[in-house]
Design a protein around this ligand. Sequence first.
Ligand code: SF4
Ligand code: SF4
Length: 88
Amino acid sequence: MLDPEECSGCGLCVRDCPAQALELKKESRTEFQLVYYPARCAYCGQCVESCRNQAITHANQLAESTSTPNASVIVLKDTLDQEKEKET
Ligand code: SF4
Ligand code: SF4
């Protein structure tokens, strides 16, 4: 689980994830997208430890099953669209 209010897009969780289950697509300091790939996740808890903002917590929640590993992709935070909306 991610608390989008607390996530600053620092990328520490992405850097420390041993399973490459997190990805940060960053365009600027405020424009970024944090993506989570549950199929790769080892549920090791490293991302929870690494986050200085306590933005990530573990949850007893099952992800939907899928037969294609990359089909299950969860966008945890996306400020890219918000920034674009502001511009228009
Ligand atoms: S629990 Fe571990 S494997 Fe899963 S996203 Fe966090 S650091 Fe990566
Ligand atoms: S969840 Fe935490 S460690 Fe990961 S990018 Fe957001 S603030 Fe940084």
